[in-house]
Design a protein around this ligand. Structure first.
Ligand SMILES: *Cc1c(COP(=O)(O)O)cnc(C)c1O
Length: 386
């Protein structure tokens, strides 16, 4: 195995799922987002753990992701949150992937595929755009499309859903916007009921609303990022504690690279492309076999105080530009670091990391999601910890 890998603490994933379950009423369903290879954590392993923990649905983004889970023996409903190509629709139905639909063409494609597959009441969920501006019909159209689904002959309303644009913000205007979106969603549900159609499972709550807004749970919550151990958006551990609604989330991923070489480095020598860093005194340099093609992006060392990695619990700065496959770490006078020692670039406390993916995200102007999703699925193997 390559000396560069992620360590996936499935025990922490399980812990986070239990924290989520504890926030819900007993009959509220849970749909865990495992799209994008479970935000970089390994869709199959996370899905299996989620099934063990009694999760009801899994959310995916692509038919290929659904096939991967079905091939791994995952039997629970899979909700596909993005649209697929027309030539994938039959495959989606054959793999029992539940699509979000919201217009004539897509409804007809799935009705036709359901007919071809010999299905009668293939469940679809109606997506409603209440202000995200992405997919969905408008709330006032929900009744019409629910009728189209019911009258297609081959489909059935399995559920109705919407997605929030600014739910994880603490700004007053964003909170109002979320409330407004929620009211529009309820009006869409009413429009379906007025047609005499059962809307099925009503769901809208992403991570933050799952933790924070029980009145928005409805029939099912759809969290993602909190299952992987990161607090959503503006909210952090203290925010929930202060509200008397404490939740203990533990990051699931550690990014590890073994020291590939330790080199003595003379004062005046430069490091990496552009020679942006020069040794001002004699030092020792560790070469790590991890770079931007693995998900350790150049910007990690180009913003704020730069990137620090942990070796044996101590923090060492990365020097110079991060390369495609490698980066260099300044050990200073420390000569105890040996070749093949583990360097932890980010991770939970127990991984020995000195920074978390959240801290890297904050320092580089992005969100934890982008850090964990950015780890390359094919180059970086995963080592699972139970
Ligand atoms: C990704 C996604 C979620 C989960 O979002 P988190 O912020 O990770 O909780 C829920 N619903 C939809 C539609 C999504 O695309």
């Amino acid at each position: 195995m390559r000396p560069t890998f992620t360590r996936i603490y499935l025990n922490n994933f399980k812990h986070n799922l239990k924290q989520i379950r504890a926030k819900l009423k007993a009959d509220t369903k849970i749909c865990i987002a495992v799209k994008a290879d479970a935000y970089g954590h390994g869709a199959v392993e996370c899905a299996k753990k989620a099934v063990e923990e009694g999760v009801d649905f899994l959310a995916i983004a692509a038919v290929s992701e659904g096939i991967e889970l079905r091939n791994a023996g995952i039997k629970i409903p899979l909700l596909m949150l993005s649209l697929c190509n027309p030539d994938e629709v039959l495959t989606a139905v054959e793999n029992d992937i539940t699509p979000l639909v919201f217009d004539d063409e897509y409804i007809e494609l799935f009705a036709e595929a359901s007919r071809k597959a010999g299905r009668k009441e293939y469940k679809v969920h109606l997506a409603v755009d209440t202000g995200m501006g992405r997919i969905g019909c408008y709330p006032e159209e929900a009744g019409v499309f629910a009728r189209k689904i019911s009258e297609s002959g081959f489909l059935k309303m399995g559920g109705i859903c919407t997605h929030f644009a600014a739910a994880d913000s603490l700004k007053e205007e964003d909170r109002k916007y979320t409330q407004h979106q929620f009211e529009l969603f309820l009006s869409a549900v009413e429009n379906v009921k007025k047609e005499g159609i059962d809307p099925g499972i009503r769901h809208c709550a992403n991570s933050v609303l799952t933790l924070d807004q029980p009145e928005m749970h409805l029939d099912m919550c759809r969290p993602g990022i909190i299952a992987y151990g990161y607090y959503p958006g503006d909210m952090n551990r203290e925010y929930f504690e202060k509200k008397g609604n404490a939740v203990d989330l533990k990051p699931v991923m550690a990014f590890v690279a073994r020291v590939a070489a330790v080199r003595k480095f003379k004062k005046g020598k430069c490091i990496s492309y552009g020679c942006t860093w020069m040794a001002h005194e004699d030092t020792n340099i560790a070469v790590l076999p991890a770079g931007y093609a693995d998900g350790i992006f150049r910007r990690f060392n180009q913003t704020g105080e730069g990137l620090k990695v942990a070796i044996d619990g101590k923090a060492y700065p990365v020097r110079g530009r991060i390369c495609m496959d490698q980066c260099m770490v300044d050990l200073g006078k420390n000569t105890s670091v040996k070749r093949w020692d583990e360097a932890v670039i980010f991770g939970p406390a127990e991984s020995g990391a000195v920074v978390s993916a959240q801290e890297i995200a904050d320092a580089t102007g992005t969100i934890s999601y982008e850090i964990t999703c950015g780890v390359d699925k094919y180059r970086v193997p995963k080592v699972f910890v139970e």
